[in-house]
Design a protein around this ligand. Structure first.
Ligand code: ADP
Ligand code: MG
Length: 336
């Protein structure tokens, strides 16, 4: 059996439980956007780490070094946002081919520093090694959250409204532009920018985490077709998602039309939007969505509802049940 047959999550599932007996009561390990380490009766430290490898996660001749520095930190901050936490510190480990230009590395650190500054997160350590050929970047971020404001994937309840914090599919469309080698219009460049410069939803995550009625929360890194399944599995629920309600930017709609791309499939199965995906108690939804819009001057988008058991997503379009072909990004290709 090779890795492709069991997939990324199949691999993790083979060893995760073996560490359960080593985990202290009150701490939570593998399975959410961050590990939760109990530091006092009321508080967690949150830890998230993500690896970016040249030619797997980025194409060195397509992304600028500043953008890469931004993105390496942004995807980790996004996992802290997903738990409703505040990021505190980052650590950067990097494997660099010896022939790499120092200007390139300075620019990488410029992008990393700019985002660190924005969210007040100092770089506190890391490791630097040489690499044979490919640039390899690992970032770890430590954050803080009050226990009563931490939102895991397992907290969804039956009848919750499933919401997202912004338009989906732009990043996947940006990647499609990059891979197609087409001549770039301004719209294409804007999509590529969104793919290279994701904004971690730190402020939204912290605000949402404080609202009574917000239940499960995670960030969208692999596409909702895959990411929502994690919430459904962890909470033992299903969901009905209305494809007509998936927020699509004008930019994506226009580009998809002109290129003959399926915008909805990019929005549901393409990854790296780094918006938040959350479930809200139905009775609290209207108030929370009004307050969210007042606070952030943008809407919170309801896209469906959770239903009992089964752990499946039922997709609806124009009032009819439909089957979605692709189902989200997964390393080693097994869709889960
Ligand atoms: P995210 O996309 O939010 O970063 P992933 O889907 O990458 O999360 O990972 C799912 C869970 O599995 C997380 O809790 C992560 O910490 C854990 N995980 C992933 N790879 C490993 C590994 N090699 N060893 C231990 N835990 C892992
Ligand atoms: Mg995540």
């Amino acid at each position: 059996m090779n890795l492709k047959e069991i997939g990324e999550f199949g691999f993790i599932g083979r060893f995760a439980h073996r560490f359960d007996n080593l985990i202290q009561e009150g701490d939570k390990g593998i399975g959410d956007d961050c590990a939760m380490l109990s530091v006092s009766e009321d508080e967690y430290h949150l830890v998230s780490t993500d690896l970016l490898i040249e030619d797997i996660h980025f194409l060195k001749n397509k992304i600028s070094p500043e953008e890469l520095g931004h993105k390496a930190l942004a995807v980790n901050l996004s996992d802290i946002a997903a738990m409703g936490g505040k990021p505190l510190y980052s650590f950067l480990s990097i494997g660099i081919p010896q022939t790499t230009d120092v200007d390139y590395l300075d620019s990488f650190m410029e992008g990393y520093h700019r985002l660190s500054n924005k969210y007040n997160v100092p770089l506190m350590g890391g490791d630097t090694t040489s690499s044979q050929e490919k640039l390899t970047i690992n970032v770890a971020v430590i954050g803080h959250a009050l226990k009563k404001e931490t939102h895991t994937r397992s907290m969804a309840q039956v009848g919750d409204v499933v919401c997202v914090t912004g338009a989906l599919g732009d990043s996947a469309a940006g990647l499609q532009v990059l891979l197609s080698d087409m001549e770039l219009t301004q719209n294409h460049k804007n999509l590529v920018n969104l793919h290279h410069l994701p904004e971690p939803r730190i402020n939204e995550g912290q605000w949402l985490a404080q609202q009574k009625g917000v239940n499960a929360m995670m960030d969208i890194s692999d596409g909702i077709a895959s990411d929502l399944k994690h919430i459904l599995k962890a909470s033992n629920l299903s969901a009905v998602i209305d494809l007509n309600k998936i927020p699509l930017s004008k930019l994506l709609q226009e580009t998809a039309k002109s290129q003959n791309w399926d915008a909805l499939s990019l929005a549901t199965s393409g990854g790296e939007d780094y918006e938040l995906l959350l479930t809200i108690n139905e009775a609290d939804f209207i108030q929370i969505s009004q307050d969210f819009e007042k606070h952030f001057s943008k809407p919170l988008y309801p896209i469906g509802k959770t239903t009992p058991t089964n752990q499946t997503i039922n997709w609806i379009k124009d009032g009819k049940e439909v089957i979605l072909q692709a189902s989200g990004f997964n390393h080693f290709s097994k869709n889960e």
